[in-house]
Ligand binder design. Structure first.
Ligand code: SF4
Ligand code: SF4
Length: 346
């Protein structure tokens, strides 16, 4: 796919822990997700100083946890900053934790070459409806302390029916904090494993979450899903036929999970642990002969990138169909005719 020395970006999941229960998150009600977490020692074992020096950026986000609750993220960021002063550091969080000193220290480590994305989907009376268990006062206070200390950040606002009337107000508030503001239109209304779109989600607190009503706030790929299915006969037919252009290959990126698993992207990693499947059932497992061979706590990072998993995944893109081994997740996420991820930002 790419050679280890070509890697410029890491997407890191430092922890599988989170205090929230967002209804569209892969960790919510997922029996396969535990409390794995990478310590500074683990991270230094995986990403040695030479590797850290070749990077342009590192994003802490992930599939199954919020970096903010991880014990060692400040020391991991510091390790990267000391060894590579120019690299860009970024963290995405629900912002509902940590004291003032922690936020100020984060600002001092990130400096002018780093940002925080605050995933905040509403205001005082609505944010908790999707970000279940996240305390608004703490979110507001975190944004305040972070920006007052000179931190640079982005408020990313997922738009739903229950919060679309507050987008402009949130944008004004973001400006007051000195934060950029981005509207996000989730594509997760398409649930390909069910072969259909869904029009609501029920949260752990029993609230209904629905897509926004205003078409301008809707994800274009989600809206064109039915048409796509009709023109191909089924979504599976589309996946069999679509050409794949790997986003991670284009950006020279790898993903490292809280257990140390190394994959090209968060999507391939996420398929190992789908709540609706038994472990081993998803097609992604067919690309792995021994899970330790893609775990950087057991196998050196460079060996994994040069190894069988990455190679087989790439080879699969040109196979005639998913039943013949073409990667389903790659066809879904990087196929040429359906890109709900890209359309989140449009
Ligand atoms: S805050 Fe992030 S990690 Fe936590 S439940 Fe929500 S989406 Fe998942
Ligand atoms: S889903 Fe597949 S094709 Fe897309 S970025 Fe990940 S590895 Fe590449």
């Amino acid at each position: 796919m790419y050679s280890p020395d070509q890697i410029k970006h890491i997407h890191l999941e430092p922890t599988q822990r989170c205090q929230a229960q967002c209804p569209m998150c892969d960790r919510t009600n997922n029996p396969h997700v535990g409390k794995a977490e990478l310590s500074l020692g683990n991270f230094m074992q995986i990403v040695d100083i030479d590797f850290a020096r070749q990077l342009n950026s590192l994003l802490m986000c992930g599939n199954h946890g919020d970096p903010i609750v991880s014990d060692d993220i400040l020391s991991i960021f510091r390790y990267l900053r000391v060894n590579n002063p120019k690299m860009y550091l970024h963290m995405t969080t629900n912002a509902g934790a940590r004291d003032d000193e922690w936020w100020k220290e984060l600002v001092s480590i990130l400096g002018t070459r780093g940002k925080v994305t605050f995933s905040v989907d509403g205001l005082e009376d609505t944010n908790h409806l999707y970000r279940v268990n996240v305390n608004w006062k703490r979110v507001e206070h975190s944004m305040d302390v972070f920006t007052q200390a000179g931190g640079r950040g982005i408020w990313v606002y997922l738009i739903f029916e229950h919060n679309e009337h507050q987008v402009e107000e949130a944008e004004r508030m973001a400006k007051l904090f000195g934060l950029e503001f981005v509207r996000k239109k989730t594509g997760r209304w398409v649930q390909s494993y069910k072969g259909k779109k869904v029009d609501k989600k029920i949260t752990a607190k029993g609230n209904e979450i629905k897509p926004p009503i205003n078409p301008e706030n809707q994800n274009k790929s989600v809206n064109s899903y039915d048409k796509l299915v009709k023109s191909h006969g089924s979504f599976q037919e589309y996946l069999d036929q679509t050409n794949i252009t790997c986003k991670s290959l284009a950006t020279n990126e790898i993903y490292i999970s809280a257990e140390g698993l190394v994959t090209p992207c968060c999507w391939t990693h996420g398929r190992f642990y789908k709540a609706y499947q038994k472990m081993g059932e998803n097609q992604i497992w067919s690309f792995v002969d021994n899970i330790k061979k893609i775990n950087a706590l057991h196998t050196p990072l460079r060996e994994i990138i040069n190894g069988n998993f990455f190679m087989q995944l790439e080879k699969s893109w040109n196979l005639p169909s998913c039943s013949n081994g073409k990667s389903v997740v790659c066809a879904e996420k990087c196929g040429s005719g359906f890109d709900a991820f890209r359309d989140q930002w449009k």
